[in-house]
Design a protein around this ligand. Structure first.
Ligand code: WTA
Length: 648
């Protein structure tokens, strides 16, 4: 494989390929095709070898059980504990004094926990969970800011075999209620508030009203993170600090079956109802452990920072379980990149000497807009590898990231995956794969993907099609919680025998994979999935709204922004005030991430003769394109009218 002799990567703006520098290749964990070859010979055997890197209390009988598709199982009869693999194992191997978590709060408060210290906190929290009546198989909802306690609670659940359901801290109390209800959680762990851009936002004080509406919920634990006053309901609510200060310090890990549930994570689907994506214990851990190690070329002295919130799958797999199961030092930051100033991230990289930075294209495009002077004023020379996830990264953003953050030294791993896949599925191996800016490159060893046409046949090179995964992988979702039918329908009914990702893609003539975004009604706003239906249901919930259609409009920074077309009930009239009210209503129902960028009132929505809303035409209008095929429209006047009004 060709490579430049300099320290820098070989990558010029008009070239297609970018090669890792010889130096990077030389020191990389993997710098030849051995992993690919190993996996190609026998994929199952490959995953079995990877599983051997973890500590099992009892070895599996069967690596892969495909007797009941699409309910695949991995490492059956094997027994292990996730917290044991993330903590005790490293301590046993002499790394107890290594830093596991380094946390900085928005106000500059710092917490550093070694593996030994983290284990102690996790054991205490596990005992607290037990005191709250939580045992193996019970579900715990975690609605917290980005804090060490969030990680501690997750690991404490895994220690005793409880199933966690983390709900993104930015979701509204109503969205939280739906998720508590759907998961049947007995316990909620939350905070009195969160810090954001110098202000304090209430959490439990806001959620008070909805807690009474959750019949399954028995107890609430509240962490005091802000000065916001709050009341505790006697018998039900407890203070985190009090519980943690008065409990036992050791807790032996529960021996879990490989296929016992580990967590549920709610994600948007094409209907208004969120999908409870269920991951199990053994396969998930093998998947995230292996991919973390090889995709991020993990070394013992790395200081790794993934900027994703723990409320999303990226936080689960690559803030918590992947890195900690490898014994890494994980940096966690509570705040946003623009507070107190727009160079906050670069300041932190300089201060903590971060070596690996994993972030999202939205953030990169925002940094581009703020200009290269900000990162240039800081010492970013500790960085050696960069990563991107969540949405397609356009080549301009890729090259900017490469030049201005990586100083032309750091390979970029553009990683494609989903909540459902649990682990990275498509990505370069940084010491091996020549990169092409904008392409996620090739499937990870042991995973087979393809781009297929409408009939499920492999699409020829350069032809757009659907991205599918051809063979099961260890960290795949096992089902949708309490909804097997929807699981089969969503992922396995499109192309028999193939897992359907919902993404459009293309392979180029070098076999590189290019992701084209979603093909269904899921929006990707700043790398977060939101169903059009979720926003539509929130709008229709407002008394003034008769009907609505929501689309994603191309947005230079966020990838997509939300445009809502709304028809009002008879006695209501559109006004700026109502626009504000409706935006607020969506924020209340779902959270600030779903706030529509624009709301447009219209007398009618464009529909097919069978009554389906034609969102595609609304997208054409919003993005200023010529209208696509209008032959199935019930009333062509409707769309003409919207078009004229919208552009005026
Ligand atoms: C999109 C996030 C292009 C894709 C880990 C996928 C990407 C959805 C990439 C999953 C990437 C994620 N390039 N698109 N590198 N990574 N996506 O479940 O549409 O929040 O289906 O998981 O994000 O989003 P989710």
């Amino acid at each position: 494989m060709a490579a430049s002799n300099e320290i820098k990567m070989y990558c010029v703006e008009d070239s297609t390929f970018c090669y890792p520098s010889e130096n990077f290749q030389k020191n990389a964990l993997i710098n030849n095709n051995e992993l690919y070859n190993m996996a190609k010979t026998d994929g199952i055997d490959f995953w079995e070898k990877m599983a051997e890197g973890l500590k099992w209390f009892r070895k599996w009988e069967t690596v892969f059980d495909e007797s009941n598709p699409p309910y695949y199982q991995w490492f059956t009869e094997g027994k292990l504990n996730v917290s044991y693999n993330c903590l005790d194992r490293h301590i046993d191997e002499g790394r107890g004094n290594k830093r596991a978590i380094v946390f900085e709060g928005e106000k500059g408060d710092v917490v550093s926990l070694t593996y030994k210290e983290l284990l102690l906190e996790v054991c205490k929290a596990a005992n607290v969970l037990k005191q709250m009546g939580i045992g193996k198989g019970d579900t715990v909802t975690i609605w917290m800011p980005m804090l060490p306690e969030t990680v501690i609670t997750m690991l404490a659940c895994t220690r005793i075999g409880a199933v966690h359901s983390v709900v993104f801290g930015g979701y509204s109390p109503e969205a939280l209620r739906d998720r508590i209800d759907a998961s049947g959680s007995k316990l909620l762990v939350t905070a009195n508030g969160s810090n954001r851009k110098g202000k304090e936002f209430p959490m439990i004080t806001n959620a008070g009203t909805i807690i009474d509406e959750c019949p399954s919920l028995e107890k609430v634990i509240v962490l005091k993170r802000t000065d916001i006053p709050f009341d505790l309901k006697p018998g039900r609510d407890h203070l985190w600090d009090e519980l943690m200060n008065n409990t036992e310090e050791s807790c032996s890990p529960e021996e879990m079956d490989a296929e016992d549930p580990l967590f549920i994570l709610y994600s948007s689907g094409t209907t208004g109802k969120p999908k409870g994506i269920l991951h199990t214990t053994g396969g998930y851990l093998v998947g995230v452990n292996t991919t973390f190690r090889y995709v991020f070329d993990y070394k013992d002295d790395d200081i790794y920072w993934c900027t994703a919130d723990i409320g999303w799958i990226t936080g689960h797999s690559y803030v918590v379980y992947g890195p900690l199961s490898c014994g890494a030092t994980v940096f966690i930051y509570e705040g946003t990149p623009d507070y107190p100033a727009r160079d906050r991230f670069w300041e932190l990289i300089e201060k903590y000497k971060i070596t690996i930075l994993y972030t999202a294209p939205t953030a990169i495009r925002t940094f581009m807009r703020w200009g290269e002077d900000l990162p240039a004023a800081r010492d970013l020379s500790s960085l050696r590898l960069l990563g991107s996830v969540g949405e397609p990264i356009n080549p301009e953003a890729w090259l900017w990231f490469y030049k201005h953050i990586g100083n032309e030294r750091c390979p970029i791993v553009d990683t494609w995956w989903q909540t459902e896949t649990g682990m990275i599925i498509i990505s370069p191996l940084p010491g091996v794969t020549p990169m092409k800016p904008g392409s996620a490159t090739f499937p990870f060893p042991g995973v087979e993907v393809d781009v297929v046409d409408d009939d499920g046949n492999s699409a020829p090179p350069e032809q757009r099609g659907y991205l599918v995964i051809k063979t099961p992988w260890p960290s795949m979702l096992r089902t949708l919680y309490n909804d097997n039918e929807r699981y089969e329908q969503t992922y396995w009914s499109q192309f028999p025998g193939l897992y359907f990702t919902g993404d459009g893609a293309m392979k180029d003539s070098d076999d590189y994979i290019w992701i084209m975004g979603r093909v269904d009604d899921i929006l990707n706003i700043s790398g977060h999935r939101i169903g059009t239906m979720e926003v539509e249901s929130a709008l229709v919930d407002h008394p003034a709204v008769a009907e609505s259609a929501v689309i994603g409009k191309e947005d230079p920074v966020k990838g997509q922004s939300i445009s809502a077309f709304v028809t009002l009930k008879e006695k209501y009239e559109g006004s700026n005030d109502l626009v504000d009210q409706l935006k607020q209503h969506v924020v209340k129902k779902i959270g600030p991430i779903a706030r529509p960028g624009e709301i447009f009132f219209t007398v009618e929505l464009p529909k097919t003769r069978s009554g389906k809303i034609m969102r595609r035409l609304l997208r054409d209008i919003a993005e200023g394109r010529r209208l696509g095929d209008v032959t199935t429209l019930m009333d062509p006047n409707v769309i003409e009218e919207i078009k004229n009004k919208y552009s005026s």
